[in-house]
Design a binder for this molecule. Structure first.
Ligand code: AMP
Length: 200
């Protein structure tokens, strides 16, 4: 199974990705976690991107794409992936589709976790993870989400393999919703006909 989780910071992507990974025996790949790990370990990627991550800005597409290639290919070989935090822009989605469809590993479903801004801000302030969870940076990250990622949702809108779930529910309810929708999709059989993720 190959899944995408799309949602604003604080929407619960990490929590749900972890649950889906366990449920379907697939690998959870979080672009944000991987990037933060590079920053912590002060790798050359980490040094290049620290300022972006700390400011709540998106890291350049090429860096993210290069970083994800190996883990995604490895995940596909061991049963599939749930990608959390990628793609985040229309350009990333288009570039990833090109690469993934050539390899036969394009996504089968995209889940949009929908949570209103006031709830996102409440959750992010409570989480207080680090440099990118201060009040100022949170506001900026939500702005970046609106500017860069909402257009991605518009771009995917109307595809049968993309659906929205109410992310204000309890984690258990969100998980049940997602699983129910995935079951419906599976019945529809996304492996037939047009590949999921394709632009049109
Ligand atoms: P996240 O934990 O997914 O909210 O990501 C934390 C930070 O990592 C973001 O604020 C960005 O700076 C960076 N990041 C994560 N995923 C991406 C991506 N797909 N494209 C660009 N930057 C990303």
């Amino acid at each position: 199974m190959r899944l995408l989780l799309i949602g604003a910071p604080g929407a619960g992507k990490g929590t749900q990705a972890q649950r889906l990974a366990e449920r379907f025996n697939i690998t959870h790949i979080s672009s944000g976690d991987l990037l933060r790990q590079h920053v912590r370990e002060q790798t050359s990627i980490g040094q290049t991107i620290k300022a972006y991550v700390d400011a709540g800005d998106l890291v350049p597409d090429a860096v993210v794409m290069d970083m994800l290639r190996k883990p995604v290919v490895a995940a596909v070989e061991s049963g599939g992936y749930v990608l959390d935090g990628f793609p985040r822009t229309v350009d990333q989605a288009k570039a990833a589709f090109e690469v993934a469809s050539a390899l036969g590993v394009a996504v089968q479903a995209a889940v949009h976790l929908d949570v209103p801004d006031d709830e996102l801000i409440r959750r992010l302030l409570a989480r207080g993870r680090g440099a990118d969870d201060t009040e100022e940076v949170i506001a900026h990250r939500l702005h970046v989400y609106r500017e860069m990622t909402i257009p991605l949702l518009d771009y995917y809108a109307g595809r049968e393999w993309m659906f929205t779930v109410d992310g204000t529910q309890s984690p258990d309810e969100v998980e049940q919703d997602i699983e129910g929708r995935l079951r419906k999709l599976a019945a529809f059989d996304t492996s037939q006909g047009r590949g999921a993720g394709d632009p049109g």
